[in-house]
Design a protein around this ligand. Structure first.
Ligand code: IPE
Length: 246
């Protein structure tokens, strides 16, 4: 099984509020069709969820956020999810929508629900989940990022590999020269400042990927603007990007 995170930076235009980039999703879907093994897709919030989370000052920390903010962020993610689902279906990938509320309770994955995911994937569907605003209990909500979902699922499902698709080539050792780190060993990655991102941007992704690789999953970072790189990474071919070896 393969877990694929489609970052908000690739499926939306991050500089423009509520602007989706569905041609990018269609091109990536064409690569997923070639995967030849069960896949799950998790997508981020980009200029939908993050835009509203910033406006309503909502974060990953559980708190009593504005109820209006919760409603607006949630709606924006359902809206983006719907666009992603349609783009996948149009491209010949059969999505099976699984909002994180279907397998996460409070801030923990529900193992009996998570264990259904590979079965759904083996039945020929592609489970699709996404970063969302979640009920935490006791009047509190929190933002659950797609990156966290990747980490949670990897721990329980032990996928063969995981891919983080973003709008950059991978992890850089230097942001100015954009020198790519091909494989994470001892070199320290450089991390950009985060603007419209309430879940921690590249720094958070790197932490999640490091943890995932420590539990045995090979984790790839690739640029979704070159979708062929996704297929290359999945199929063990020479690829442009960064590998966190499991
Ligand atoms: C964010 O998910 C979800 C919300 C803000 C509601 P992610 O943190 O995974 O989104 P991207 O990929 O960074 O845009």
């Amino acid at each position: 099984m393969i877990l694929i995170k489609l970052g908000g930076s690739i499926i939306t235009n991050k500089k423009k509020a509520l602007s989706a980039n569905m041609p990018a999703v269609r091109k990536i879907a064409a690569q997923l069709r070639k995967a030849g093994e069960p896949c799950m897709v998790i997508h981020g919030g980009g200029s939908f969820g993050h835009y509203w989370s910033v406006r309503y000052d909502m974060h990953t920390r559980p708190a009593r956020y504005s109820p209006r903010g919760v409603a607006v962020v949630k709606n924006s993610m359902v809206q983006l999810n719907r666009l992603v689902l349609d783009a996948l279906l149009d491209s010949g990938v059969l999505p099976y929508c699984l909002p994180p509320t279907d397998f996460v309770s409070g801030d923990r994955p529900v193992p009996s629900k998570v264990s259904e995911i590979p079965r759904i994937a083996r039945a020929g569907l592609v489970p699709v989940s996404y970063g969302d605003v979640m009920w935490h209990g006791a009047g509190k909500f929190y933002i659950l990022s797609g990156d966290r979902i990747m980490g949670m699922l990897a721990r329980l499902l032990k996928p063969r590999l995981a891919v983080f698709v973003t709008n950059v080539d991978g992890v850089y050792s230097d942001l100015k020269t954009k020198r790519l780190i091909r494989e994470i060993t001892t070199e320290r990655p450089a991390v950009e400042e985060v603007g419209m991102d309430v879940t921690g941007g590249m720094g958070r992704k790197i932490k999640e990927a490091t943890d995932m690789s420590r539990t045995g999953t090979d984790v790839f970072f690739v640029n979704g603007r070159h979708p062929q790189r996704i297929a290359n990474a999945i199929n063990g071919k020479e690829f442009e990007g960064t590998l966190f070896r499991g």
